[in-house]
Design a protein around this ligand. Sequence first.
Ligand SMILES: [Zn+2]
Ligand SMILES: [Zn+2]
Length: 367
Amino acid sequence: MLHAHGRAKVHRVVRGPWPARIKPLENETLSSWLVRASLANFSSPSTVVNYIWPGWRAWTRDIDRELTPDQLKALQQVSSLSESEIDSMLLKPVIMRVNQDTKLNRTNTWPWVIQRSTRNKNTIRSTQFCPLCLMEDVKPYLRRQWRISFITICTKHRINLHDSCPHCGASVEVHKLTRGKLKQCAHCRWDMSDIKPASANNELASVTGMLEKQAFSEQDYSPTHFQRLRYLISLVRRLSAKQSIPQSAATLFQCNEERFYAFADFSSLAFDWLTTDDRRSLLETVAPLMSMGTAQFALSLLESDIPLSLLNNCADTIPEELQQYLPEKRCFDARARNETQNPVKKLPSRRAIERRWQAFLVKHGID
Ligand SMILES: [Zn+2]
Ligand SMILES: [Zn+2]
């Protein structure tokens, strides 16, 4: 039951502030704060959102992204929070910063936001968490960083993030909690901080630290890093779909054949839809190239055996920093020097083997 001037059901009455007023914690998401505020007011998250936004099925939406002016006003009325306090819980300011040339549309997906898809009120792996942050928190809460797809490790503890309950495997759905703390699994009530932490890859830890700083602090922003990251992820994924992977590309990415081959298993999903483990695996592969200067980065690509057509077409846009290095003639010259290297043979995918087997059966009338 909601105790907000005792008139929760009649939403036209003047809605005053809640008895228990809680302030957002550093980089807390709106959903995390709403759940904490609900529990502090002895109410459930679903009752509270019905009260603030009658008729809007807020928990089936990604409320961490943004609010409309009306939704913002309604929240201000009950929460006594300022507009900027609410803004600091949303992903919009962060995503606008890292995608400066992209228009963010309410109905579309947003680049670099882990996609939140719901089916029958179940949310699929949309938030990650650091077990040590949750363990050390006096008031456990979810961070905005944990909703960002290029962040797969905790830069404070340098350990891997998780996106499901270690006990029952369910996604983190704090809006289903009706009591307790946010570090508890809403499905089995297990303390999610109770996992053996896994150390983060060193190179990825420094790259993530740099990207996180770019996205979340007010100074020193440059779109270069995010353009390069998007490009490299596309390049690696396109390489993994090829019949053979050039040896020099495998060396450049410090990635063996088996690992490249594994990327093909989730090739149908966009990066922002992948699980934390799959995204981290891709990010670890591109990390060595993220810390290079522009010239070294461009020349490493050009001197590898990666086909020029792939370098030019693997992504929707070529990073600005690469544009001057990718005139075709120069690339062809670079390729000619490397012609003698032998490519690594890629194993056929399981699906390809199944297709061949089916064809064999049909051909011999065994179907
Ligand atoms: Zn942490
Ligand atoms: Zn669980």
